[in-house]
Design a protein around this ligand. Sequence first.
Ligand code: AMP
Length: 272
Amino acid sequence: MKILKSPKEAHEYRKTLNGSVGFVPTMGALHEGHLTLIKRAKSENENVIVSIFVNPTQFLPGEDLDKYPRRLEADFEICKRAGVDAVFTPNAENMYSEDEILIKAPKIKGYILEGFFRPGHFDGVLQVVNKLFNIIKPTRAYFGKKDAQQLYLINQMVKNFFFDIKIVPVDTVREKDGLALSSRNVYLSPEERKRALSISKALKRAAKLSTVTDNIDEIKKEMMNILDVDKLQYIAFVDRNFNYINKIKHGDTIILIAAYIGTTRLIDNIWI
Ligand code: AMP
């Protein structure tokens, strides 16, 4: 397995590849969720490249950039075992220059929900994914539905900037009890982890209720009863294009939650 440390090395490596390239961008601290994306990429492409880069521009001041879990050696081992051909691990210095040309997330859909509570977050995400796409030139790129708004915006970027890349959405991988896997779960104490479960429980209950009612207020009330979080940022009902809806539409609804458990901010969603 090749370790590529700079955009230049990655560019050179890319030129040597024949056939399709599946790309899985990550921030590392790899878990079963990432591994599912990697396996999917492996099954659909002749070559698989994973990037591991804790991208500073998508963190807001005061967020967890410095304490974000970093486990590069363990991540390499996971990638090697999964049959990844190359891991791209650049540093901020060789990814960014001073006074850059900046990508802006769309004014509305980049600034609601996650973009409202983390203004500028998606500007940073799109900036780095744009760079990564240009460096790796993947045939297909794999993204988790767990970050549903990110997935939507990346699809928009591909359309708006005419990238010739297929975006492949991958279902959220959960622990047996329902908790969505996240690199940030390591921040949770055992007591907090128990309460974090209320998020996936509320979503599951909402999905079940939506089979008997399309009334969002009713569903939301029930979700509030189940949630045991310290600070709820939003419960939202949107269609697949991130337009707010006022009635459940089966096959075209995403229910999303963002909440703090202690000092850990968690997001989760369910597609119905
Ligand atoms: P991250 O390292 O958190 O930036 O995530 C890298 C990619 O893995 C993103 O496309 C995420 O949506 C995806 N991902 C993260 N957690 C999960 C999960 N539990 N199930 C599926 N995909 C995930």
